[in-house]
Each structure stands twice: as C-alpha cells, then as structure tokens.
Design a protein around this ligand. Structure first.
Ligand code: PHE
Length: 448
C-alpha cells in the first residue's frame, strides 16, 4: 500500500480537474437528450433543484471522505469504519465506473468519427430531420463505432500511464476555458436560427403536466452523472487535494460551472432541433443528428465542427480519465498491483464491454435485457440506480456515522467555516439527500 500520494499543484488545477471530470459528454450529449425526452423546462427546473439540494452536499461528503483519509473509495470507507459492509459502496462505485467507461467510450468514439468526417469535409451536408437521422443510423449500424471505441480507450490508457499530475492537470487547464468560449459562440449562432423561440420555450417553459416518475429519476440520474457523483470519482480526486483547498467553495464552483455548460448545450441544441424538424425525444442520437445541420448553416462551419469535436473529444477524455482513476487507485492501493497493470486491466474490461455497447445500435440492437439494449442498460443501471444509491449511502455515512470533528475540520480546512453553513450541509446530508433520493426511487417503483 502506498503512503506517498501525489497532489494537485495549484488551486486552479483543483478546479480544472474536478470541472474537467464533471464537464463532458454528460453535459453536451446526455443532458439535451434527457431534457428532450422528459419534456424540457420542468426537467431543467427539477434538475437544478437536485444539483444544489442533493448534489452539492454529496460532493462535499465525497470531498470530506477523500481528503480526510487520502484513500480511494474502498480504502476511505475501511479507514473510517470497521464494519466491512460499508466497503460495498466502494465495490458499487467501481462497478459503476466500469459500466460508465464502457458506454461513454462509445459516444466518445462517435465524436472521433465526426471529427474525422469534419476534417475530410464529408460532414458538411444540408439537413432535414430524415436525412440527418439516416446519416447517423447508417454510421452506428456498422462496425466503425467499435473501432473508434477501442481507439478512444487506447488513448485514455496512454494518458493514464503517465500518472496523476502530468496528464490530467495540464490538459484540463488549457481545455476547459476554450471549450467554454466555443460553446458561447455556438449559443449565439443557435439563437439566430429561425425557430430559436420554439427551442427556448421548450427548454425554459416548465410544463409540470409532463412530470412523472420518469422525469424525477431521469433528472436525479442526470444530476449524479453530470457531477461525476456517487461512485467515488470526486472522492478519489479530493484525496489528491492539498489541505488548504476550500471544499465547500470547490463543490459549489464545480456544480455551478457544470450546470452552466449543460444549459449552454441546451441553448445550442433545442433551437436547432425545432429548426431542422428533429424529434426532441430522439434519445442518445439526438445531439449527433442535430449537430451536422448546425455546422452546415454556420459560416466557416467545417472549421467550427473540427474545433468543436476536437474539444468534445478532449472533454470526454478528462471525464474518462477521472472514472478510470477510481478503478486504478483501487487496484493499486488495495491489491498492490502496479499502476501499469491496473490501467491495462481497467482498459481491457472496458474494451470488452464497450464493444458490446458499440454494437447495441447495429448488429446487437435486437439483443435486449429487460427491454434495454446493452448500451441503454449500462447507462440506466449506472446513472439512474448505482450513482444515486451510492450518493445516498455516502451522504448517510458522512451525515450520521463519520466523526463530527472530521466533518467540521475538513469543511473548514485551513480557514473558517460559518456555523450556519456547517449546519446546513449536515442537515442536507442527514435528511434532505437520503430522503430525496429514496422518494425518487419509490416513485420509480410506483410505490408513491
Ligand atoms: N460527469 C461526466 C460527464 O458529464 C461523466 C462522468 C460520470 C465522469 C461519472 C466520471 C464519473 O460527462
């Protein structure tokens, strides 16, 4: 077991890496399609409520455990409590990280395909709904998605070999601000589209008659997925924080920036969805069907497309690096495996499962379990069940079981913590987060 752990260098590095983990395909690909499938405005409002009432306190809980113990998720539970049962939350996190890495890499692979097409000039086609739909369907039903999934995982592994500081921190520091600026430019472009008004109305006008248990589960799952929460990513990252990193502030900054990026993505996508006659509830394909049409209509569209897909590819990498880190830290620290072997193992498993996910849109589209393709099953199981369940257990653990003094000292760090803030966070961890998550689960089972 190693006692010498790496640390993130600067305060900016801390924010950039946590935001780098949070911001990714979850915001730009998953948020619009979830919002589209669950009625738009009402989903957004519920989502924001979950982010700040449940997400922020649970981020704080992960930070407290991570920096308080300087261990991986499994080791953190073992250090803080002698009962072995709690370590199961760690196993759940590791399982979720592998499931997510598998299907996430498929979508990251799609971004590589679109990047390559943009570079070769073949992405530039005028679009109406049906053409855009056929174009994507044609691509995903073949074998190319498998190739790109494997290529993406290979790149991910190469970066992981280089360790915590070298790869992750540098890439995130440069990448995030650039991505942000590009998104704002795209938003302005979308706001000028003919049916921008309809798109914005869909996204911002809450129609509560559309809210059902699916909306609640979808919004909760999306909140956890987008914040990289409930599986130990932020716990693992915070184990590399320095003692002076302010935890509450970092949690609020991460959640706010992540939410802003998701909203920007919505402002980019929905005006285009209505302008080009696509279906908001199209599911995982939505964004990839709509984007080529957006680029086609932009002046200099091909160059924008290249820039966008390149950045999206990098944003996906900073997220997959963070989810792989959970597994790697676990294997290295709990079993004494070398970092290299742990990375190879993690990548190997994800390559196998990722191939099945990539084929879910084509050759394996008829293979379903409980009515879901492998891709959808992994997504549903991890985002909507494992992450919120993990978050609930982490908040109960930190709210009720962990020594109060550790909670206070970690939240205060080297500065002062207002008493009211401590009480508010503790209250959320003890009552609001566990009860909120439980109610959403119960509504999903049609019990309430
Ligand atoms: N939050 C990431 C995104 O929005 C995905 C992710 C989930 C990363 C879980 C790490 C762990 O793209």
């Amino acid at each position: 077991m190693s006692t010498q752990r790496a640390q993130f260098g600067t305060r900016l590095g801390v924010i950039a890496t946590t935001v780098g983990s949070a911001v990714g395909l979850g915001n730009i690909w998953r948020f619009p399609y979830e919002a589209g499938a669950h009625g738009g405005g009402a989903f957004l409002l519920i989502y924001i409520g979950f982010i700040f009432l449940i997400g922020v306190p649970v981020i704080c809980a992960e930070f407290i455990m991570g920096r308080g113990t300087r261990r991986n998720i499994f080791g953190a539970f073992r250090t803080l409590h002698s009962n072995r049962c709690w370590a199961w939350v760690g196993y759940m996190g590791i399982l979720a990280s592998i499931l997510i890495l598998s299907f996430y890499s498929v979508v990251a692979g799609w971004t590589i395909e679109y990047l390559v097409e943009a570079v070769s000039g073949s992405l530039d086609t005028a679009g109406n709904g049906a053409e855009l739909h056929n174009r994507f369907d044609h691509f995903v039903s073949g074998w190319r998605p498998v190739m790109w999934t494997l290529a993406f995982l290979a790149v991910n592994a190469v970066i992981l070999f280089r360790g915590v500081r070298g790869g992750i921190e540098k890439a995130s520091n440069i990448l995030m601000p650039v991505l942000f600026v590009i998104l704002i430019i795209f938003c302005i472009n979308s706001l000028l589209l003919p049916k921008a008004g309809e798109g914005l109305w869909f996204m911002f006008h809450p129609d509560f008659s559309k809210v059902d248990s699916g909306t609640l589960i979808g919004a909760l799952g999306q909140a956890f997925f987008s914040l990289s929460l409930g599986l130990g990513t932020l716990m693992t990252y915070s184990s590399y924080f320095s003692d002076s990193t302010p935890l509450v502030k970092s949690a609020v900054t991460t959640a706010s920036l992540d939410t802003v990026v998701a909203i920007l993505a919505g402002i980019i996508i929905f005006p285009a969805v209505f302008t080009y006659g696509c279906e908001p509830a199209a599911g995982p394909k939505l964004v990839f069907e709509v984007l080529p049409a957006i680029f086609h209509q932009m002046p200099g569209g091909t160059l924008w497309a290249i820039l966008f897909f390149f950045l999206l590819f990098l944003a996906s990498l900073t997220s997959t690096i963070s989810m792989s880190e959970i597994c790697i830290a676990f294997f290295c620290e709990q079993t004494g495996m070398s970092r290299r072997n742990a990375t190879l193992l993690n990548t190997g498993i994800a390559m196998g499962l990722g191939t099945l996910c990539a084929l879910s849109f084509g050759p394996m589209s008829n293979f379903t379990i409980a009515g879901l393709t492998v891709f959808n099953l992994f997504d549903y199981l991890s985002s909507n069940i494992l992450l919120p369940l993990g978050g609930m257990l982490i908040s109960i653990f930190v709210g009720w079981i962990v020594d109060r003094r550790l909670v206070r000292s970690q939240l205060a760090g080297t500065g002062n913590l207002p008493h009211l803030l401590l009480r508010a966070i503790t209250f959320c961890l003890r009552y609001v987060a566990p009860a909120g998550i439980l109610l959403v689960f119960l509504s999903g089972l049609n019990i309430i």
